[in-house]
Design a binder for this molecule. Structure first.
Ligand code: EPZ
Length: 458
């Protein structure tokens, strides 16, 4: 191994040898555009299901086994968060595994520190389970992120409705309750993790809880299915009204996480570029109805197969408008990816972002690649078809970075995407998966001087 202080290495040399993100100054992707994606690409388990379901293990002192866990950074963060509280968390990605076994029989410290929460706001999902099981919780306020302010007022109000005493000071929210009591909660706004947090809390409350204006995402249903396996009494998950009869105790369970509908949607859009013919397997098309219809409107051929979705494109695409809505509407997490597609469609596409206040960061980077995009408040007006040219671009958040990969796949020449640690949060080895269907993509990582030379292959 070279001894130069800054090694240019392929990340695959490491295969997770225990190196941590901070050992890499900044991973980059180098992508050469133009290749149609052909063949079969596999979808991993849903990150946004695994995160609440791992938190649900806090509700029992027995083992919870979750399968089909994606190998992404946010899962490692959640593992560290639970372990810091005293939970035992096994996490294995061996060939057949992708499994975690969690046991929270020795949780001594029901706290989520700023250090961990600032890297992943979904850490607030431990708030409800902690106060429900241990009577107290201290969780750092997540703060905003690239896409918006991301408050958790609905989580706090909901727990107050269940009898918790909530205090917010020094950047932390504290919850206390001898035992939560059932109540009525009507969410001012539809919140996915707000619904999930309160659903978990209500399972151990004394009495019945009715929650209205709930999120209806498949990940909420997946959480309810695990909780019911653990002994919870829940009706209505997946609708806007959920009824929970509190129980005294929950027991362990084993559950397989649903596939990641956003990863699947991202690959389906990738298959629509450059006249591809891609079979996206392991996804559930019923989780993507609106997205698939929109792609057909754009002129892409969609075929539902026994184990996923086949996407075929002749190359010419038509402009279409999109407005993000809560599930089952067009997902905000697919907005950036659709924008990349819209740059290749003939005509003007109007994209309206109704969920988050600042989720067009990817547009600035696409403009640098030659896209014709005008931002007017919550609307982006995309004029196509424009020939994109490869450029050095910067990832700002998880889905923005995915959209830049898509733009690079269709751009003329080479694109270098910096800060791809954002994409590693929610996409399992995306470069390997895309390479497997014909994309010209590789990852380069620079090691910090202190770590150079100590890495061994394999
Ligand atoms: C979940 O975030 C997802 N994350 C997000 O995915 C996704 O974009 C979002 O739902 C919307 O679908 C996980 O599931 C871990 P919200 P969440 O609460 O729950 C406002 C990704 O890319 N709000 O549904 O945090 C909020 O500001 C990530 O994988 C409040 O005002 O989103 C937003 O405008 C990004 N007060 C709206 O509600 C609150 O207490 C919807 O947010 C909570 C939310």
């Amino acid at each position: 191994m070279g001894t130069s202080s800054r090694l240019q290495l392929q990340r695959t040399d490491f295969q997770w040898t225990g190196l941590r993100e901070k050992d890499f100054e900044m991973d980059k992707f180098v992508i050469r555009g133009g290749n149609p994606l052909l063949g079969t690409i596999h979808v991993s388990g849903a990150k946004n299901s695994a995160l609440p379901l791992m938190a649900a293990a806090l509700l029992t002192d027995e083992q919870v086994i979750l399968e089909n866990i994606p190998q992404v950074r946010d899962i490692q963060t959640e593992r560290n968060l639970l372990a810091a509280m005293g939970a035992t968390v096994e996490l294995g990605y061996g060939k057949a595994q992708h499994r975690t076994i969690i046991q929270c029989d020795k949780v001594l410290n029901p706290e989520a520190s700023y250090e961990l929460v600032k890297t992943m706001r979904a850490s607030t999902l431990v708030l409800g389970p902690l106060v429900a099981r241990f009577g107290r919780a201290r969780v750092s306020l997540p703060g905003g992120c690239a896409i918006g302010a991301r408050p958790i007022d609905l989580h706090i109000k909901g727990l107050e409705r269940l009898g918790a005493t909530m205090t917010v000071e020094h950047g932390y929210v504290e919850a206390k309750a001898d035992r939560l009591r059932g109540g009525e909660i009507a969410f001012d706004k539809i919140s996915v993790t707000g619904t999930e947090d309160l659903l978990m809390a209500a399972t151990l409350a004394d009495g019945d809880t009715i929650m209205q204006n709930c999120a209806r995402e498949p990940e909420v249903v997946d959480l309810a299915n695990l909780l019911i396996k653990m002994g919870a009494n829940i009706e209505g998950a997946g609708t806007s009204t959920i009824r929970i009869k509190g129980v005294a105790k929950l027991h362990g369970a084993k559950h397989r996480i649903i596939p990641d509908r956003i990863e699947a949607g991202t690959f389906i859009v990738a298959g629509a570029l450059n006249g591809g013919d891609l079979h996206v397997v392991g996804c559930d098309p019923s989780h993507l109805t609106v997205v698939l219809q929109k792609l057909e409107e754009v002129g892409v051929k969609i075929t539902k197969t026994a184990d996923g979705v086949r996407v075929q494109s002749e190359g010419s695409l038509k402009a279409a408008d999109v407005a993000t809505e809560e599930y089952p509407g067009f997902p905000t997490d697919m907005q950036a990816q659709f924008m990349a597609l819209a740059t290749q469609a003939e005509g003007t596409s109007i994209i309206t972002e109704n969920i988050f206040e600042n989720r067009f960061m990817h547009a600035q980077e696409m403009l640098r690649m030659g896209a014709n995009i005008k931002i007017e408040g919550r609307r982006a007006i995309v004029r196509g078809k424009t020939l994109l040219s490869g450029a050095a671009v910067l990832a700002s958040d998880l889905r923005a970075s995915a959209s830049l990969v898509l733009a690079a796949l269709v751009a003329d020449g080479e694109t270098i995407i910096d800060r791809v640690y954002h994409i590693d949060r929610g996409y399992e080895q995306i470069e390997e998966k895309l390479k497997g269907v014909g994309a010209q993509i590789r990852r380069i990582g620079e090691l910090l001087p202190k770590r150079a030379g100590v890495v061994t292959k394999g």
